[in-house]
Design a protein around this ligand. Structure first.
Ligand code: NCD
Ligand code: ZN
Ligand code: ZN
Ligand code: ZN
Length: 424
């Protein structure tokens, strides 16, 4: 055994004081007591599986003034996220084989945590040409920041027909392009009306008949209407911390609050939180979509949609656990176990044979979010001053990566797809 990590770990569905034995980056044994050359005792602090953020925009290549794989994955690590999935709306978008492979090389050189790349789909591309290299496919049913659009049923049908035999997950930005108002939005409320909850529900409903035979995942669900439509199919789903914790009234920072789908009314926010708390939403995903302060301070109509969040996502929700708004069981499921299960990763649980991706935190140490102390290139957050419980230590495959506010390990992030078999 290389290392033993001891503390109150989330093991077999509850917190138990155990020793986690690590060998070659994997969890080799979990016992009441274990011996090894190196023994780290975290006493009564809590040890959880590293979080997996299945929805981030790392902006490389093409938009590295906003973020790149080095800064984005550093930000992830400090938030307890040991694996990120990157979305294809970069420049160029990752649709063609050579562009996917090129992005992979960039990411492998710079990533501090493990990663998977989503493949994009256009109305003429063949997703099967990239299926062995991607963690899943991403379809944008509406126009949003830098997206390649598939708005028409015939194009969506063609894409799903090609993806179905690959058995990969299809994550969908579900807003119905035909129900969006094409106008200049003067502010946040108008932006929300231009992209109404009905557009979300309609887009989800259009996928319902395909959701049984394949793995369709609905990104960033926001509204009561959207939740209703989800129940009409067999989907998996994601919710973001900004839609769970903020609403169109509580967010007062104008262009900084502009995001797609938009922040909703308080009733929707509360309905979403209830769905998250009772398990109707499968996964917590940040939709980390950084833009620079300059870009966010333009006239509202010119502001690009998107907010950063990979570093604050888990810590904010951990503070919600502490407050009693959600259970620890639900959070660990949504942030760690379900993402691993949905996407087929050997991560997300403290269990023999899984990657030793772990975070250590003290639930009594409630801090506040401060934009200055975050690590994304964009340098701002919507959650300034919000309560959060950040991890004190983070391990990636048994290597200490973050300790007491500093990056201590080596850069060893790797592609989670590379080692997997091509489906037959
Ligand atoms: C995302 C972006 O900036 O890439 N923007 C956003 O508002 N969420 C794109 C997206 O996920 O829609
Ligand atoms: Zn149309
Ligand atoms: Zn989206
Ligand atoms: Zn997104």
């Amino acid at each position: 055994m290389d290392l033993v990590i001891e503390g109150r770990a989330w093991y077999k569905g509850r917190l138990q004081h155990v020793c986690i034995g690590v060998q070659d980056g994997l969890i080799a044994s979990v016992k009441k007591s274990l011996k090894a050359e190196r023994h780290l005792d975290y006493n009564d602090r809590i040890i959880l599986p590293g979080a997996i953020d299945v929805h981030t925009h790392m902006r490389e290549p093409g938009m590295t003034h906003k973020e790149d794989f080095a800064t984005g994955t550093t930000s992830a690590a400090f938030g307890g996220v040991t694996c990120v999935f990157d979305m294809p709306n970069t420049r160029p978008p990752t649709i063609m084989r050579e562009d996917v492979l090129e992005k992979k090389e960039m990411a492998a050189k710079k990533a501090w945590v493990d990663f998977g790349l989503f493949g994009g789909v256009s109305d003429s591309s063949n997703p099967q040409r990239i299926m062995d290299s991607v963690i899943g496919f991403k379809i944008f049913m509406s126009s949003t920041t830098g997206s390649v659009l598939l708005a028409e049923d015939k194009d969506i049908r063609r894409a799903l027909d090609l993806i179905q035999p690959t058995k990969k997950v299809v994550s969908v930005h579900a807003e119905d392009e035909h129900l969006l108002l094409k106008r200049q939005d003067a502010g946040l409320v108008q932006h929300g009306e231009s992209r109404p909850p009905l557009a979300e529900a309609s887009a989800i409903s259009r996928l319902a008949d395909r959701s049984k035979g394949m793995a369709i995942n609905i990104c960033h669900v926001t509204s009561q209407e959207g939740l209703g439509a989800l129940a009409g199919g067999s989907f998996t789903s994601e919710a973001t911390p900004h839609h769970l914790l903020l609403n169109v009234t509580s967010c007062t920072r104008k262009g900084f609050c502009k995001v797609n789908p938009p922040l909703r009314r308080k009733e929707d926010q509360e309905a979403l939180m209830a769905a998250f708390a009772d398990g109707r939403i499968d996964m917590l995903a940040s939709d980390h979509a950084p833009h620079t302060t300059d870009e966010k301070e333009r006239d509202f109509d010119q502001v690009p949609s998107g907010v950063p969040g990979v570093e604050t996502s888990f810590p904010l929700m951990m503070a919600q656990v502490r407050k009693g708004a959600i259970s620890l069981e639900r959070l660990v499921s949504a942030a760690c176990a379900r993402p691993a299960e949905v996407f087929g990763l050997r991560k997300g649980l403290i269990e023999v044979g899984r990657d030793a991706d772990l975070m250590v935190l003290d639930p009594r140490q409630v801090g506040v979010v401060s934009g200055r102390r975050l690590h994304s290139k964009c340098g701002w957050t919507l959650f300034e001053g919000h309560e959060a419980i950040f991890p004190q230590a983070v391990f990636l495959r048994g290597q200490l990566l973050v300790e007491d506010g500093g990056l201590v390990g080596e850069r060893m992030g790797r592609d989670v797809v590379a080692r997997r078999r091509i489906p037959t």
